[in-house]
Design a protein around this ligand. Structure first.
Ligand code: ZN
Ligand code: ZN
Length: 368
């Protein structure tokens, strides 16, 4: 950890503070708004007292953004100078067309994210085989098709500056998507990381019960290039951020958060990514414009999982049948063994990794 860098920075905030209605002030001039499970950010340009919006959440988020903006800036100031997209997944671009049209505001993204915002390409398919819970299992139903925001779309400047925000720079952090970016404010070490990594595991019963914040890798079922994702986390950890605000979860602060991020980076192969999955052995490939040019087949992984699941289920079924012919303790034991094997079949299919004591529950929980 680079302590000199950390100490040189302003200590602008040590925790986020609620400002009502699922909204928090993260640090001076930066607010987080949560809609269902995803965050958007409002950043005020303190030099000029205007603001930009980072990501647009789901379709339901537009009205919540309007109402937070007017409570912060008053009715007349409730239109931003720009919308900046960390990436274009459905839960980050849900209100984009509605708000860009209403505000007539330019929308900035990395040039490799353009295909997904100009109607040209769909993202590679989600990978429901990564395990971890219902969000993964259902991921094949999430929209992956593009929208067309060409009328408003501009590319982020090559020099790393962020339009309308003097204090900020953008960093290309691919892996989760080819044109994924993060935003960084050097003076107080405030990082908005999008989904390059996230700070929640909301599918984990343990995490929900204890409200423990956790630095996790990018949402697993939606990440088609794990090598790039690992390099991006390493690059973000090297910034030694003091405040980490991500696409999902609470903001995290200070030494503890930094330590967690470094740990994630060091042990990315076991904490940040799934053990198996469609994109684990082979990444999806994209051309220089961000369009997918090679998408690994799902067959190998799925067939293997289905074969394991079928074998476990058959064994569980046979043992459960055997139970009828046994008595007392052995009846109980065979019953339990049969149920355990049938549950393991579900685990093999990725239904609920946390249900199996033999598998680590933390790294396999999806974070969206
Ligand atoms: Zn995403
Ligand atoms: Zn997301």
């Amino acid at each position: 950890m680079n302590q000199t860098l950390v100490q040189r920075r302003e200590k602008s905030a040590t925790e986020e503070r609620s400002v009502g209605n699922n909204s928090w002030i993260v640090a001076p001039g930066v607010w987080r708004l949560k809609d269902i499970f995803v965050n958007v950010y409002i950043i005020q340009n303190r030099e000029r007292t205007d603001w930009v919006l980072v990501d647009t959440g789901l379709k339901s988020t537009a009205s919540k953004i309007r109402s937070l903006a007017s409570s912060l800036f008053g009715g007349s100031g409730s239109r931003p100078k720009a919308i900046i997209m960390t990436h274009a997944h459905f839960d980050h671009r849900g209100s984009l067309l509605e708000l860009a049209e209403e505000w007539g505001t330019p929308v900035y993204c990395h040039h490799m994210e353009r295909p997904y915002l100009t109607g040209q390409s769909s993202y590679p398919p989600a990978d429901p085989s990564v395990g971890g819970g219902m969000m993964s299992l259902l991921s094949f139903t999430y929209p992956k098709g593009p929208i067309n925001a060409s009328d408003y779309l501009k590319e982020l400047p090559n020099d790393g500056t962020v339009p309308e925000l003097e204090d900020w720079k953008w960093i290309h952090t691919p892996g989760h998507t080819p044109g994924h970016i993060s935003l960084f404010r050097e003076k107080d070490g405030l990082l908005i990381a999008g989904d390059a990594f996230v700070t929640t595991m909301q599918e984990s019963v343990l995490a929900v019960a204890t409200q423990k914040e956790f630095v996790c890798g990018p949402p697993k079922y939606f990440t088609p290039d794990w090598g790039a994702a690992a390099r991006s986390v390493k690059e973000l950890a090297a910034l030694e951020p003091n405040i980490m605000a991500t696409g999902h979860g609470h903001a995290m602060y200070g030494d503890l958060a930094r330590k967690e991020l470094h740990k994630l980076s060091r042990e990315f192969w076991k904490r940040g990514m799934p053990a198996t999955g469609r994109y684990v052995k082979e990444a999806a490939a994209f051309d220089e414009n961000g369009k997918p040019v090679h998408i690994p087949s799902a067959k190998g992984v799925l067939i293997k999982k289905i074969a394991i699941a079928a074998a476990l289920f058959a064994l569980g079924y046979l043992i459960s049948r055997q139970r009828k012919n046994t008595k007392g303790i052995s009846k109980l034991a065979t019953g339990q063994l049969g149920s355990a094997l049938k549950s393991s079949a579900l685990v093999a299919l990725g239904a609920t990794a946390a249900a199996s004591p033999a598998l680590p529950s933390i790294p396999l929980i999806p974070a969206i």
